[in-house]
Design a protein around this ligand. Structure first.
Ligand SMILES: C[S@@+](CC[C@H](N)C(=O)[O-])C[C@H]1O[C@@H](n2cnc3c(N)ncnc32)[C@H](O)[C@@H]1O
Length: 300
């Protein structure tokens, strides 16, 4: 196993984080047996959803923050005729991906404007800071956000403000959800103060807006998150905060309605030792058990 990096100092490096030992650690984690199995299950979930709903084969599939491309590999097996687009901010991980290849597909870095072109390599990579609101709009059929650890930098602030961070409907709901506390203090996720929670909720919502902007109407998004239990077993507050962050919150909070951009269609939970990714970073014994859930949404 790859030695564990010093996360405390390295995760503070903003945009550059995954060009450091954290990138090497991630490459090693993403290639172990548990991750391979997870990526296979996630690609299969998409394939099954397409078959069950008689959807036409997706033409353009985006892996948002694709890292070293382990999921792209499985997507190519399930959707051998689709164009795969990998977006990531790490020069190092994209370089590794291009060198390793994706099955027998052609792989190359392309410019933003050529990501969804009719002709070009089957696997197209773009090194970019996310969220990126200059990406072509409404082009993707299927988008993935898998095991995200998205790092937003101070320099991205104006981009966040211009793209929904200050939306008055979302701000009202985020204020409430960040102030609410669990009935049982033991259920409180982390000792996060309400200011930090407010910022986390609105930051995550801007990422969701960026994901939705990529998608065609009724396009499919699959988000994969580490979890200690199936989604429906979480407390009301945890579920509601997640729905808000994803843009899939359907109900009012004290009479206020957040902007809904996705509809949740299904969520699958798998026990898996991928949860050790979290344990490596937190050192918290409770993060040794669990797995992940993969939740499928349609864009509204
Ligand atoms: C934990 S890895 C997950 C990679 C991939 N989704 C997977 O499941 O194998 C997180 C990835 O997000 C990328 N990332 C984090 N913050 C980013 C940002 N602001 N812009 C672009 N990429 C970012 C990192 O470079 C890294 O590849």
């Amino acid at each position: 196993m790859q030695a564990k990096p010093d996360f405390d100092s390295l995760l503070n490096q903003g945009a550059n984080t995954y060009n450091t030992a954290v990138g090497d650690w991630w490459s090693s984690q993403a290639s172990d047996k548990a991750h391979k199995k997870a990526y296979r299950q996630i690609a299969t979930q998409a394939r099954d959803y397409y078959s069950r709903n008689s959807r036409p084969e997706p033409r353009f599939i985006v892996d948002y923050a694709c890292g070293n491309g382990a999921l792209l590999h499985e997507l190519h097996l399930q959707f051998p005729h689709s164009v795969l687009i990998g977006l990531d901010g790490s020069e190092m991980l994209l370089k590794n991906l291009a060198a390793k290849g994706v099955g027998r597909a052609s792989v190359a870095k392309v410019q933003r404007k050529d990501l969804f072109a009719e002709t070009g390599p089957q696997v197209r990579l773009l090194e970019t800071r996310l969220p990126d609101f200059k990406l072509p709009k409404n082009q993707a059929d299927l988008v993935f956000l898998c095991f995200p650890n998205l790092i937003a930098d101070e320099e991205d602030l104006s981009g966040f403000n211009k793209n929904g961070y200050s939306n008055r409907f979302d701000v009202r709901v985020a204020e409430l959800l960040s102030r609410f506390r669990e009935m049982d203090p033991e259920d409180e996720v982390a000792p996060v103060d309400s200011h930090e929670m407010f910022d986390d909720l609105l930051t995550a919502k801007v990422y969701s807006r960026n994901l939705q902007r990529l998608l065609k109407k009724s396009g499919v998004l699959i988000r994969v998150d580490y979890a200690n239990a199936p989604r429906h077993e979480m407390t009301w507050l945890t579920q509601t905060r997640s729905h808000f962050a994803e843009g899939s919150l359907e109900y009012d909070i004290k009479g206020y309605h957040a902007v809904q951009i996705f509809k949740e269609m299904e969520s699958l939970y798998q026990k898996s030792s991928v949860i050790l990714d979290v344990y490596h970073q937190t050192g918290d014994e409770t993060d040794r058990n669990g797995g992940y859930y993969s939740t499928l949404f349609e864009s509204l």
